[in-house]
Each structure stands twice: as C-alpha cells, then as structure tokens.
Design a protein around this ligand. Structure first.
Ligand SMILES: Cc1ncc(COP(=O)(O)O)c(C=O)c1O
Length: 451
C-alpha cells in the first residue's frame, strides 16, 4: 500500500465525509480500496465523475488529470459512449456462446486501425491481455524466457510483476513486486534497461534460442514519460527478428490515446503482437490482444490451437459497444488534435514556469501526457528517473489537490488530458502550478512526502 506523507496541513478543503466513508470501506475491504494505487492520502471517496471533473463526498471538485490511470480519453461519462452501451444492453449483454455481431465489428475496426493486428481477441483487463500475449509467444516459439524492461509495468502476473519502480539498489537484480510470486516463473524473466539495445543484444546472445518474447511499452509511461530514443524500437524489431523472438508492444496506455493505431502507427515499427486496454473503451473494461495471424492462430479459440484462451465476460456487449462508440468519435472528431494541442500548451506553460522560477525540474510528456520530474535530464531509462525528488513530486501534487487540481499524489505517475479538458482548464492549472511551486520554493519541504 502506498501511504505517502501526512495530510495534516492540507489547507482549504474538508475531507470529513470522505474520511468517514473511507473508514467504513476499511471495515469490509482490505485497505478500503479495490486496487493498490488507489490508496492515497488524503483518502478520497469519489461520488461523481463528469467530463474533465471528479467530485468527492465532501463536494470538493477537481480538474482531473489522473483519468483513472488513462481510460476516459473522451472524458468521464461520455454521453455518446454511454448511450451506445445502453442501447446495446437493450438487445443483449452476454450470450456466452458463439460470437455476436458487435464482436465481429469491433475486431474488424481494430484490424483496420492497428498496423500489427491481423487477428484480434478480446479480454477484460490489460493484465489478461499481456498474460495471453506472453503465453502464446511461448506456445509459438517453444521457448520459456521473456525479456522486459526495468521500470515498465505490464500487469499483475508473475512473469512481469518484477523490476517496476525498484529501489536503486535493486536495479540489475530480481525485484519481485509482491509476496507469493513463484521464483520458478520469475527466473524466466530477463530485465534490461529501457533504451539500451546493447543490453538487449547481450541478453539475447547469452540466452540464445531461449527468449520467447520481448515485451515493451513503446513509450515508457509507467515511469512517467520516457520516450524511446531514435532507433530503439527499430533496433528491438531487428533483434527480435534476428533471434526468432516475438516482439510485443504493450500499448495498454498508448493505444488509442496517442493514435487510433497505437504508438506503432506513429513510430512505424510493427510488433508481432500488441496489447491494448485502458482508453480503448473510454472507461468500460476491455482489453485486446492482437497481432500476426500465424501467432494468434495458436489460441484455442481456433480448433486445433494450443494456447488456452478463455474468459466468461470476454466480448460482452457493454465493452464492445463502448469501444465501437469510442472509435466512432475518434474517427469523426478532432480528438487527437485537441488533446495534443492542450498537452503542448500545458508542457509549454510548465516549461516557462520552470524557467521563471529557475527550478531543477524537467517537464516531460507526449501528446496528451505530461508531468514534471523534480530532477534534471536527460531522462532515458529507469536509472535516470530514480533521481527524481519523490518527496517534492508528491508534495507538489498534494498542494495542487488543495487547489482543486487532481494529479495522483504518487511518485512518477503521469498525468492525462482528455477530450473534455478545455484551454481554460489548462490555464487555471498552470496558474495553480506556479503558485504552488512558488510556495514550495519559498518554504522548503518539511517532511518526506508530506506537505
Ligand atoms: C502498460 C500496461 N500494461 C498492462 C497494464 C495492466 O492493465 P490492467 O490494470 O487493466 O490489468 C497496465 C496497467 O496500468 C499498463 O500500464
């Protein structure tokens, strides 16, 4: 659990009702929340989400840049998405046998938009999608090992839940993120430095014909925003091909957010398999594993396949309709132009503030994603982001919360802009950021992580 710092000096906003309900939640749920990183201070009980805003149980409204870690790309409760879901539910939710026209339509759309998607399957969460992608890569290659990158996150299963936001002394060593993980599984996971092709080449050479898959976030958003250096993704493609290894782009964050075709449509590198999630159904639960037909055809959804694939809720009408509606809006309206322009405005504004206040900080981001690291660059791998001043990073965000701006107060987390944000939101946010940064410069921090 991540309780960072103390909430004792938060000004202006009352949290009495959130506190009361949170205590009630704790009586029934371990830690009172249903996903680890939701347990932040001050405790939040959210009673309403709408567009670019969230409101808590005390009536405090926030401009939301957390965006539930990425899904509401079009904004919370998008009316068209919700309407299409309701209409679909009037016909059918989950026949659980055969296939529905909605599944066929969505698979076709994904195939049309995502360059690597020759065939497509649906599940409900990003963790399921990466689990299936890795398993089918093993089935396809007959190999055991997988290669991931330090600082990247691909879900909660044993093969990948290691070496995420590791303490500095764990870089270069196994760093399981949970008790109860099987050492036998982790022993098959190799960890390399993001943006280091040398590292990857060495690992592939040392484990010749043993590595089934390389899995990578094409933009490393689980450490904020670490962009691939020119040539890195191309180099991974070449190395994977040369070593008979399946290349998996985990586009659970980047898919639809940066482009309808995922980041692969921007960088021009085609992986063998792709996973999508989060933003693709604008908040409804949906994930995709897609890729080369010769690999995808190993799944047991095809008679004769050998890589087991199943899920009671897979392909349910709610998620299908939500994704189809999301795609329609993305195809029809200038969503990416809008969110990229706002992202640019935010980053430019933050950069100017950084210069005016002469801060040791780096403004980073891509498209609709932004964040300020409290450190100087360059930022190319996890070994760089460990220099971020976590206490200041969290303090900054706590102080912004007290002014109605919500960026989750956890180290290294990125912020998301959606189609519902407006220029006025960005400008109000920049004003608040400058005020808070001035306060923090005037009064050095008092406690690790606290305000
Ligand atoms: C890149 C990436 N892959 C996979 C996952 C797992 O997705 P989920 O939380 O839907 O299981 C996440 C979640 O944050 C992610 O960021």
């Amino acid at each position: 659990m991540q309780f960072e710092g103390s909430r004792k000096t938060l000004p202006e906003r009352r949290h009495n009702e959130s506190d009361r309900l949170y205590e009630l939640a704790c009586q029934f749920m371990p830690g009172g929340v249903n996903s680890t990183l939701r347990n932040v201070l001050p405790h939040l009980v959210i009673t309403r989400t709408a567009g670019a805003r969230i409101t808590d149980a005390d009536g405090n409204e926030y401009i939301d840049y957390q965006g539930a870690f990425g899904p509401p790309l079009l904004g919370h409760n998008h009316p068209e998405v919700n309407r299409r879901v309701t209409e679909a539910l009037e016909r059918s939710l989950l026949p659980g046998v055969g296939v529905t026209p909605l599944e066929i339509e969505l698979a076709q759309k994904i195939q049309r938009h995502v360059p690597s998607a020759q065939k497509v399957l649906f599940s409900n969460s990003g963790s399921e999608a990466t689990f299936h992608a890795l398993r089918v890569a093993r089935a396809f290659t007959g190999r055991r090992k997988i290669l991931k990158f330090q600082g990247c996150y691909h879900g909660f299963h044993d093969a990948v839940l290691t070496n995420i936001l590791s303490p500095v002394e764990k870089i270069g060593h196994p760093d399981p993120h949970s008790a109860g993980m099987l050492p036998e599984v982790m022993a098959q996971t190799l960890v390399c430095a993001f943006n280091s092709l040398d590292d990857v080449e060495q690992a592939l050479r040392a484990h010749k014909r043993e590595v089934a898959a390389i899995i990578v976030e094409p933009v490393a958003h689980n450490m904020g925003c670490v962009l691939p250096k020119p040539g890195f993704l191309e180099g991974l493609r070449q190395l994977a091909t040369a070593h008979g290894t399946v290349l998996i782009f985990d586009e659970v964050i980047t898919g639809f957010r940066h482009h309808l075709g995922g980041y692969q449509a921007i960088c021009g590198v085609k992986p063998d398999l792709t996973t999508l999630g989060k933003a693709i159904a604008n908040g409804f639960p949906l994930a995709v594993v897609c890729g080369k037909a010769e690999i995808m055809d190993h799944f047991t959804t095809r008679p004769g396949g050998d890589a087991y694939f199943a899920g009671t809720f897979n392909g349910n009408a709610m998620s299908m309709a939500a994704a189809l509606a999301t795609i329609d809006v993305l195809e029809r309206e200038p969503v990416h132009r809008h969110i990229f322009a706002l992202g640019e405005r935010m980053r430019r504004g933050l950069q100017e503030i950084r210069q005016r206040l002469d801060l040791r900080a780096t403004v980073a981001g891509f498209g609709s994603i932004f964040l300020t690291y409290f450190m100087e660059g360059p930022i190319e791998s996890y070994s760089d982001v460990v220099r971020n001043d976590a206490a200041r990073f969290v303090e900054y965000r706590r102080r912004l919360m007290a002014r109605g701006i919500f960026k989750i107060p956890l180290n290294l987390k990125r912020n998301h802009i959606g189609y519902a944000h407006r220029e006025a939101d960005i400008d109000r946010t920049l004003e608040a950021c400058e005020r808070v940064l001035k306060e923090m410069t005037a009064a050095p921090q008092t406690s690790a992580g606290g305000v």
